[in-house]
Design a protein around this ligand. Structure first.
Ligand SMILES: [Zn+2]
Length: 276
């Protein structure tokens, strides 16, 4: 899709699964399971959907999926099915810049990989990487709750590359704005991309799927429920005011939509948006 100075496309690095209850926090299963059925182990299938923005000079990737550094056992537990590299729709070498929303493995695991000889290397060695400093510090010293999400094998290696740490909200690249939010995890950043007459929002785990649009539908994984509720309310009211396109990083089916307030008084999908 042509959008302002960029050609923008969506690319799913692959699927994985997480516990459905953990994905919906205090929401009872009989509500969330109607639209997202759970498997025999109560897990739901999730995408790891990146944005790719190209302006003829830069090729910018937003988040990099789970990556392939997984043991057979963990692959099974998390149901990791990565998209073959040849089917991703872009090549590693063309990426000049990477914006990481935060360092949880399902967003940043793909930043590193093992070579055939077993060495741990950056997957995109020449790319400039942008991340909130607060999230980098958080990821290097995770608390007990987040330890299983912030893995040393994709975090320690960042400093060997071209890493730019950001301190709060800024225009990180032309027409691409990042905003810091802390409710899901300290130092997460979401994206706003502007053209003359439209806005794309990439909320990352502030609103991981279209099923999380209703304000009380938050994840048990969020570190601070009260903060995320305030941040999400501000985010969704802004998305509504701008009639923005909202991209859902983890939605297994619906990639992007414009939103409205539905007849039950909740935020919901008004119409799906295709990036074709
Ligand atoms: Zn996530």
């Amino acid at each position: 899709m042509k959008f302002g100075r960029y050609d923008i496309s969506l690319h799913n690095h692959g699927f994985f699964r997480l516990d459905g209850g953990a994905m919906f926090g205090a929401v009872p299963k009989n509500l969330w399971a109607r639209s997202l059925p759970a498997d025999a182990e109560n897990c739901i299938r999730l995408a790891t959907r990146s944005l790719l923005l190209q302006d003829g000079e830069k090729t910018i990737l937003v988040d990099v999926g789970n990556g392939n550094k997984w043991s057979e056992k963990l692959k099974k537990i998390f149901g990791i099915e990565n998209t073959p590299e040849t089917e991703l729709g872009f090549s590693r070498d063309e990426i000049t810049d990477i914006i990481l929303t935060h360092l949880h493995f399902d967003h940043a695991g793909g930043i590193s990989r093992y070579t055939d000889s077993g060495d741990l290397v950056l997957t995109y060695p020449d790319a400039r990487m942008y991340l909130q400093r607060a999230n980098f510090e958080n990821g290097k010293n995770p608390n007990q709750r987040e330890k299983a999400s912030y893995l040393a094998n994709h975090i320690d290696i960042l400093e060997t590359g071209n890493l730019e740490l950001l301190d709060g909200d800024c225009e990180v690249l032309p027409d691409i704005f990042v905003k810091r939010v802390d409710g899901h995890t300290v130092g997460q950043q979401y994206l706003e991309i502007r053209s003359d007459d439209d806005t794309i929002l990439y909320p990352t785990d502030l609103c991981p799927t279209s099923h999380h649009l209703p304000l009380p539908y938050n994840m048990g994984y969020d570190m601070c429920t009260k903060t995320i509720l305030e941040e999400k309310e501000a985010f969704l009211s802004y998305a509504l005011e701008k009639d923005a396109i909202v991209v859902f990083e983890h939605d297994p089916e619906l990639a992007a939509a414009r939103i409205h307030i539905n007849d039950r008084g909740h935020y919901g999908v008004r119409e799906a948006v295709s990036f074709e």
